[in-house]
Design a protein. Structure first.
Length: 202
């Protein structure tokens, strides 16, 4: 009984000491959560992707436009504001960036390349032989690998790998020999730091 009491006291003192040691660390780890919604100026509360570019800007992909946030103000890229710069849709689902600072954005009309310096948009349609086609082309996800190739996850046509610098296109699907893809409906594409590309399907 005496040993049990001593054991209990030792455990209690040990736990108390650990908590006291970690108290400053826990205090440093406390974070402040700030909500940003349509009440603060977002055109939509339906945000598909949040992305920070190499210049520190935060980008939001939404079905009502692409939004850039500098910590103070929003800039909305939509057909109402950027039609003259080549924007043809307001529906955005994913965002990535290449080594030159260009944004690549998944939309319902293919993939848009946005030059952040000029804010000009260039669209690539994965369904058409004509890459400049403005036809409907829903893209669920995209990612940029270390060679600046754009891996595009489509809604029913597998994965399209675009090499802009070389002007080459590679198509991967359930019909590609040796690939063993289970579905052509791609929900997520991700290129990791080892240049492996992960493909999620449904």
């Amino acid at each position: 009984m005496h040993q049990n009491i001593l054991h209990y006291l030792f455990i209690t003192l040990l736990v108390t000491s650990i908590l006291n040691i970690n108290e400053p660390l826990l205090a440093k780890q406390r974070t402040t959560i700030v909500s940003i919604s349509s009440n603060e100026g977002l055109p939509s509360d339906d945000i598909k992707k949040v992305f920070q570019d190499s210049n520190g800007f935060i980008w939001f992909a939404s079905p009502e436009g692409l939004i850039r946030y500098d910590g103070y103000d929003f800039k909305i890229f939509s057909t109402a504001t950027s039609l003259n710069n080549g924007l043809i849709t307001n529906v955005f689902t994913d965002i990535a960036e290449d080594s030159e600072g260009n944004l690549w954005v998944a939309t319902d009309h293919g993939v848009a390349k946005i030059d952040c310096r000029t804010e000009k948009c260039e669209f690539f349609n994965t369904k058409s032989q004509d890459w400049k086609s403005k036809d409907y082309d829903l893209i669920n996800s995209l990612s940029v690998d270390k060679k600046d190739r754009i891996w595009i996850g489509t809604a029913g046509d597998g994965v399209v790998v675009l090499s802009p610098k070389e002007g080459k296109v590679l198509r991967l699907s359930t019909g590609t020999p040796g690939l063993k893809m289970s579905s052509n409906w791609i929900t997520k594409v991700y290129c990791d730091s080892q240049n492996n590309c992960w493909i999620c399907s449904w």
